[in-house]
Every structure is written in structure tokens, then in C-alpha cells.
Design a binder for this molecule. Structure first.
Ligand code: DAT
Ligand code: MG
Length: 153
């Protein structure tokens, strides 16, 4: 609930559908700070580690294939700010876009659980794990908002 970091990724379908800017905009205008970003086609090993908790689920292979195909990059990001892990999940909405509230990213822009356009860490532990998996230490930049007092009090 304090100042945290979370791993957010635009999935290949989000990239193909020109939603990168829209997704960044929602985190940026909410008041969160972008501290790392890159376009990347993850290796099979990276995608499998990222989703290792889902190994054995019937959709696991399809999920890894979709993330790694290279038809479009994943836009990997780290966002920082107050309660950003939980609030990021709220901005994103439910896993199944048909259950996601209008106003959330999934609620506004997609209709299929297999093409739900964005990933967000679900806990402090997964955020730590995922940031370490996708980014090197030197790729995460510490910086201060010039107008911090207008965002946080
Ligand atoms: P989330 O991405 O909301 O954290 P998750 O961690 O349970 O959801 O699952 C990871 C991804 O796996 C999810 O974004 C889309 C895919 N997925 C989950 N359940 C699925 C299902 N029943 N059928 C197809 N894909 C599924
Ligand atoms: Mg998850």
C-alpha cells in the first residue's frame, strides 16, 4: 500500500491493436511514474517462467505461443507509485474481459480471455519476481516528478 513498483505489459494483441498509448496514458494520468519500458519478444523460457504458476492449465501452451510469436512485441514496463500493484489491477480489470467493468482497460478494449491485451502483477511477490525476470537493474530508472506535490500530499 505504500510506494511500490509493479510489472505491466502490453501483450502482442494490444500492440497490434494500437493500444500502447492508451494503456500508458491511463497509468500516466492516474499519477504513476514510468521507471522502465522496452519492446521485447520474450523467449519461450522467459514466457514460461513469467507464467510458471499456470503450468499444467489447458491454455498454458497457447498462452506462451501467443506471448512469444513475434507477430508483435510485448511492451514491458515498470510503474511506480502509491499502492500501484493493487490499483494497477483495478485499472486493468478482470481477467475475463466479459467480466471486466466498463472503464477498466480490459472492460473498454477487449472481449476474449485469450486476447486480453495487458498483464499486471497480482501481488508484491509476483511484482518482484516479474520485474527481475523482464528487466536488469540498470534498466529501471529512479527519477522524481517535478510536480510531485500536485500528485501526492
Ligand atoms: P491475469 O492476467 O488477470 O493475472 P491469470 O494470471 O489468471 O490472469 O492468467 C494469466 C493469463 O492467462 C490471462 O491474462 C489470460 C490467460 N488465461 C487465464 N485464464 C484463461 C482461460 N480460462 N482461457 C484462456 N486463457 C486464459
Ligand atoms: Mg496473473
Amino acid at each position: 500500500g505504500g510506494i511500490e513498483r509493479t510489472f505491466i505489459a502490453v501483450k502482442p494483441d494490444g500492440t497490434q491493436r494500437f493500444l500502447i498509448g492508451e494503456i500508458i496514458k491511463r497509468f500516466e494520468t492516474k499519477g504513476y511514474k514510468l521507471v522502465a519500458i522496452k519492446a521485447i519478444v520474450p523467449s519461450r523460457t522467459l514466457a514460461e517462467k513469467h507464467y510458471e504458476d499456470l503450468k499444467g492449465r489447458p491454455f498454458f501452451n497457447g498462452l506462451v505461443k501467443y506471448m512469444t510469436s513475434g507477430a508483435a512485441p510485448v511492451i514491458a514496463m515498470v510503474w511506480e507509485g502509491k499502492d500501484v500493484i493493487r490499483q494497477g489491477r483495478r485499472l486493468i480489470g478482470a481477467t475475463n474481459p466479459l467480466e471486466a467493468q466498463p472503464g477498466t482497460i480490459r472492460g473498454d478494449f477487449c472481449i476474449s480471455v485469450g486476447r486480453n491485451i495487458i498483464h499486471g502483477s497480482d501481488s508484491f511477490e509476483s511484482a518482484e519476481k516479474e520485474i527481475g525476470l523482464w528487466f536488469g537493474k540498470s534498466e529501471v530508472i529512479e527519477w522524481e516528478f517535478g510536480n510531485a506535490e500536485w500528485v501526492t500530499a
